[in-house]
Design a protein around this ligand. Sequence first.
Ligand code: FAD
Ligand code: FES
Length: 497
Amino acid sequence: MKSSRPLWTPSSRRFPGLEADLHADVAVVGGGITGVTTALLLASAGKRVALLETRHLGAGVTGSTTAHLTEALDTRYHELESSFGAEGARLARASSRAAIEKISELATGIDCGFERVTGYLYADSDSQLSQLDAEVLAAERAGAQVRRINEIPLPLPVRGAVEFESQAQFRPLDYLAGLAERLAATKAQVYEGVTVLDVETKGQLRLQTSTGRSVTADAVVLATHAPFQGLQQQLELAQYRSYAVAGRVAAPFRGLYWDLADPYHYIRTVTIDGQHHLIVGGGDHRTGTIPEGGPAAPYWELDALAAKLGVPASERWSAQVAESADGLPFIGRLDSKVELYVAQGFAGNGMTFGTLSAMIICDALLGRDNPYAELYRPSRVKPLASAAAVVTENAETAAHLVAGHVKPVSDEPLEQLPIGEGRIVKSDGKKLAVYRDQDGALHAVSAICTHQGCQVAFNPMECSWDCPCHGSRFDIDGGVLDGPAKRPLEKHDVSQR
Ligand SMILES: Cc1cc2nc3c(=O)[nH]c(=O)nc-3n(C[C@H](O)[C@H](O)[C@H](O)COP(=O)(O)OP(=O)(O)OC[C@H]3O[C@@H](n4cnc5c(N)ncnc54)[C@H](O)[C@@H]3O)c2cc1C
Ligand code: FES
């Protein structure tokens, strides 16, 4: 069972490449929901904006999302209360609500299926009921309109649930295309197929790009989802693979549904060109590791949940989610010395957090106060937050960094490498990542990640080489699929081995 592709139809490239140096008030790097919304809000406020995207708009995680728009955050309210206090939890809730309302406002006039729906967080075992009860109280204290109920409007056996009023859903790429259309009508300059390789921060901010052209700017916004190579802050984020499956349903049902498993699962329906589809997501595990139950286990779990709703899955896909150690994203200026802004660590709430990032960063650049900026400040010091969580996340990363250099490699002859499989071998003292394709040909690349030197691991579901340290991913010929790595893995010839 391999991944296929997301349900959403990707747009093709419509903006030019960068052919000359230029200057902008604000350069935005990354054309997902975060970058496009940021560019649009800033351009609409009169800023000269340049948006640079390495592939095409929506080609990143935004093209693989499941697009629940919700205040029911991945980091539960009772956890937020203990890390950020009652006021922090209240602000997290209010800011997520503000983002849903901003999306509602921006979606007006865009044919993207935006609609208000009720959300249901449900317990399917008695042992989850205390967690559910803690959550309904904490969500209420945070200001959410919630209600404790015993049943949900889905044919699933549940022991109890919390109803979240007035959540929302949409079709993400149609929404993004609508925003891009509006952006194109402003004075903003949008470039696709342009990779930002480096951001010089000494003196004038300057972006070095893959085209050899550079962009200078008074401020830079990194909306790249993965941490940008070279920034210290990346060590506080961990990347996870997250999965989704979809299949046809006769009629859509209303609502967003999330269970309390760890990792959790979630459900919605969507109508695309008159056809109704069920989407079931979840099964997250750390990138570069094999999930419990084997590589295909997340898909089996999601298929089984879809089957309980009478739907055979026909599409399957996965992509990255980035999680911060304390459970809230980093949004805003990195430090007081440089006009460099980041927006990362959204976990499974990036539609709203990405939009919120645009609102916070836009206010900062326009000199306006934003009531949520302090909560998400990248350099935040959290008096109540558990330092242990940060240390654990970093320790795991550090452990992989070391283990990457000492892990045993396979000494089986390469002739025995089966079709469709990958293996780490040693050749002339170098560790190589070797894959045999469907035609029997071998593809060999360096097994050492170009980010910070960890050893990559084969991901049989995506046929990719994934790095467990900070989540970079590479295709079988070494090309970068996901950052923070920006350089490909070096190719090698093993035909003489
Ligand atoms: C399976 C799955 C389901 C999800 N479901 C939900 C959900 O239901 N609700 C929700 O709110 N969130 C959900 N999320 C999370 C959400 O989709 C993401 O957090 C969000 O899409 C991130 O948007 P972004 O714009 O920050 O990143 P992206 O969409 O990844 O955009 C970043 C862009 O930057 C570009 N880029 C990267 N590096 C460079 C560079 N050096 N130069 C130029 N361009 C660069 C990339 O090509 C990419 O297009 C889900 C995620 C996954 C994986
Ligand atoms: S992603 Fe950081 S070392 Fe590979």
